[in-house]
Write a protein that binds this ligand. Structure first.
Ligand code: FES
Length: 99
């Protein structure tokens, strides 16, 4: 397993996955077999939007598709969000990929 730069916890599923440096939260979740809602993967469609319970992120792109109010309320776009330390997301639609 690659060295984790941070850990991502996904509630209410209770999954905890490593996030290697340079990976978005969505990429790390998918690599660990956790399915999150998604579509464009480039920060525009908002399909992946969810609540960040704790932690902080920065974005790969300059203008992720979040309004200032949503940003203020702690909403994030995991497809383009890079964790700044450990992060916890609340995404009730997350599920473990069937094998
Ligand atoms: S998947 Fe489209 S904004 Fe994240």
């Amino acid at each position: 397993m690659a060295d984790a730069a941070a850990w991502l916890t996904i509630q209410p599923l209770g999954a905890r996955v490593p996030v290697p440096a340079g990976q978005s939260l969505l990429e790390a979740a998918l690599a660990a077999g956790i399915e999150l809602p998604r579509s464009c993967r480039n920060g525009t469609c908002r399909a992946c939007r969810c609540q960040m319970v704790s932690g902080s992120v920065r974005y790969r792109i300059e203008w992720p598709g979040l309004s200032p109010d949503e940003h203020e309320a702690g909403e994030v776009l995991p497809c383009v969000a890079l964790p700044q330390g450990d992060v916890t997301l609340n995404q009730p639609l997350a599920r473990r990929a069937s094998t």
